[in-house]
Design a protein around this ligand. Structure first.
Ligand SMILES: Nc1ncnc2c1ncn2[C@@H]1O[C@H](COP(=O)(O)OP(=O)(O)O)[C@@H](O)[C@H]1O
Ligand SMILES: [Mg+2]
Length: 256
């Protein structure tokens, strides 16, 4: 199954959640492939510093190499049960500029390449889940990752324009491609969490009219980690890990 993390705005937590969902699913004994498809702002290379791949995902999409030259097995450092492989995007300035300037024709070919990658990862390499971390918004490479998905997880913050953008993407993009969609509301101030503080105005999730699968508070533990946060690996009883485990179980049972 392919799970794509997407969002309307940037910085909502896609990368953090992709990494930690990958760990949570692997710890259920699954074989996971986590791919950085955010070619505009690659991130996973800075998180999985020990991964030193021969090739980047950029090379795979340009037909320079096969996928086995891109993937690195990161299981031993992060997961206790299953397997977790990671594929990185090239973070060099030249590579980012090159990817940003690709035209529609190239992106159409890249979609074909991504769809055949999906087949080989699931059917030949026997991954249970492939998690795609993408760029925000409606550019071609994000839409390609959405089109390739079985499930789209949209990460939004409690911000009027982000919530509106998410609602629009649901009706104009994910429904168009008939994708199962779940929304994760991230970075919620602790005091605004439903049922935390009866005296304070709380977020009414119903009014957002979004297919919610998880609500995650803004957490100092995450901020302190400066973007290198593996709570799902390091703190199994942390509320963040518990929420991701619940999302992982929903995905396992396809309850979105
Ligand atoms: N729930 C949270 N609490 C605190 N900080 C968070 C939370 N979620 C994400 N962050 C931080 O916000 C920043 C952006 O997250 P990131 O996953 O890189 O977003 P995106 O991939 O959507 O651009 C990172 O520094 C990350 O650690
Ligand atoms: Mg990111």
């Amino acid at each position: 199954m392919i799970i794509t993390f997407h969002s309307y705005k940037g910085g909502t937590g896609k990368t953090l959640l992709s990494v930690n969902l990958a760990i949570s699913l692997a710890n259920k004994g699954k074989k996971i492939c986590l791919l950085d498809l955010d070619f505009r702002a690659p991130s996973l290379h800075a998180i999985f510093k020990t991964a030193k791949p021969e090739y980047w995902l950029n090379d795979y999409l340009s037909r320079t190499c096969k996928i086995d030259k891109v993937l690195t097995d990161c299981s031993s450092n992060y997961v206790t049960k299953g397997k977790m492989f990671v594929g990185l995007a090239n973070p060099s300035t030249e590579a980012i500029q090159e990817m940003v300037s690709k035209d529609r024709k190239w992106e159409m070919k890249a979609l074909g390449r991504l769809l055949s990658l999906k087949e080989s990862l699931l059917k030949e390499l026997h991954f249970d889940y492939v998690i795609l971390d993408t760029s925000p918004g409606l550019q071609y490479n994000s839409i390609n990752a959405v089109v390739s998905a079985d499930i789209v997880l949209v990460v939004t913050i409690f911000d009027k324009s982000d919530v509106e953008g998410t609602q629009r993407m649901i009706s104009e993009l994910y429904e168009l491609f008939k994708k199962k969609t779940g929304v994760i509301l991230n970075k919620v101030p602790i005091e605004s969490l439903p049922s935390k503080n009866p005296k304070r105005k709380q977020i009414d999730l119903e009014t957002l009219q979004l297919p919610m699968v998880g609500v995650i508070p803004c957490s100092c533990d995450i901020l302190d980690a400066k973007g290198e946060c593996f709570l799902a690996a390091e703190k199994p009883n942390h509320p963040f890990t518990k929420t991701l485990q619940k999302i992982a179980t929903k995905i396992e049972h396809y309850q979105l």
